[in-house]
Design a binder for this molecule. Structure first.
Ligand code: GDD
Ligand code: MG
Length: 353
């Protein structure tokens, strides 16, 4: 059987004021169709039946998620974490829940808050990953052709000569580097031998659990100490006892950088992790003046702006390269090339509280 695990516990502070701790990025409707998490589920359901789709999120999002999540997802498939302990803990928790009732199977892990243009291309790549996962005991990543030296992604160096083993559909990974420095990222891009890690993974349930045993044994042992309580009435209580002591580490640093048996399947399906306001340009084609407008807007001499609004009319005169985001209780005005700094505003606001 095949299973999907959607990770939906992150904060996503770079879309303030639209995203809040009570309403993180996965609950935003950026495309105009549906909120990102439901678009993610819809896309996955073409490959994996909805009854086998699990969501891992934070307990403080319970009310929100139960209200807005695709109704066809069984509410028992929502796994609640008492506090965030990053993606490693999240993934092991889900893997053990699946193991306990299904023993083994193929597990596909997805972020909840990415944008993908070509859903059919996506389905094809996931199917390829599943085929390879069934045949080999590997940790499979999906690699994206990098376009700029981002320091926010994982980089995957792959062995060009290894694809025969995988019917030319995948490569052995020589090196996995999570969030390198800017200089390293520049060198990786220049070399042409690296792909970006998309943050999606495919593996056998048992293979990933064994990798936890090897590389993150403390997390592994803590979880196994309460294994018998999974799927019982005491689960949340017991999970609450172990979570505070779990190492706060991502799957990328904790396992992917260290593991030997990593494989990459290149994916070319219009991927964008919509990390900040300026990335909306990758989703929506700008109008003739270079503006992306999702608001009631009147402009004179307005160019290359991103204007997002909920209710109120936004008027602009003689501005360029500016982001304006209006919500009920806050308005953001930000230079386009400082979009990454929006998270600093959130930090300041937190301190003031
Ligand atoms: N349930 C749960 N619990 N989910 C979490 C937690 C947690 O503690 N922390 C993060 N997530 C979710 C986020 O909501 C997101 O959907 C996903 O896990 C990835 O976490 P991010 O925090 O967004 O990771 P990142 O963007 O810094 O890096 C990852 O993604 C990049 C691509 O976007 C890495 O895998 C990079 O290597 C990769 O390039
Ligand atoms: Mg991310």
């Amino acid at each position: 059987q095949r299973f999907a695990v959607v990770m939906a516990g992150g904060g996503g502070t770079r879309f303030w004021p639209l995203s809040r701790s009570s309403s993180p990025k996965q609950f935003l409707n950026l495309s105009g169709n549906d909120i990102l998490i439901n678009e993610t589920i819809d896309r996955i359901s073409k490959v994996i039946p909805k009854k086998n789709i699990f969501i891992v999120t934070n307990i403080n999002q319970k009310e929100m998620i139960e209200k807005v999540l695709d109704e066809e997802i069984d509410r028992n498939n929502i796994i609640y974490e008492p506090i965030g302990r990053n993606t490693a803990a999240c993934i092991l928790y889900a893997a053990l829940k699946i193991k306990k009732i299904h023993e083994d199977g193929i597990m596909c892990v997805f972020p909840s808050d990415h944008y993908i243009k070509d859903n059919e291309g996506f389905a094809e790549v996931i199917n390829t990953c599943i085929e390879i996962g069934e045949k080999h005991n590997k940790l499979i990543t999906i690699g994206i052709n990098p376009t700029f030296p981002s320091t926010g992604y994982g980089y995957i160096k792959f062995d060009r000569d290894s694809s025969d083993k995988y019917e030319k559909k995948a490569y052995d990974v020589l090196e996995f580097v999570e969030k390198p420095s800017f200089d390293k990222a520049k060198a990786y891009i220049k070399s042409g031998n690296y792909l970006w890690n998309s943050g999606m993974f495919v593996w056998k349930v048992d293979t990933i659990i064994q990798n936890f045993n090897r590389f993150l044994p403390r997390i592994y042992n803590r979880f196994y100490s309460i294994y018998e309580y999974l799927w019982t009435d005491q689960e949340f209580e017991k999970i609450g006892e172990i979570y505070p002591s779990l190492q706060d580490i991502s799957i990328d640093y904790g396992i992917m950088e260290r593991a030997d048996e990593v494989v990459v399947v290149p994916g070319d399906f219009g991927w964008n992790d919509v990390g900040s306001w300026d990335s909306l340009g990758a989703i929506f084609p700008p109008d003739d003046d270079g503006n992306i407008v999702k608001a009631l807007h009147v402009g004179i001499d307005t160019r290359d702006c991103i204007i997002y609004g909920n209710n109120r009319l936004i008027a602009t005169i003689n501005v360029s390269d500016v982001i304006i985001a209006e919500t009920e209780d806050a308005v953001l005005v930000c230079s386009k090339n400082r979009a990454q700094d929006v998270k600093k505003i959130v930090e300041i606001l937190k301190e003031r509280k």
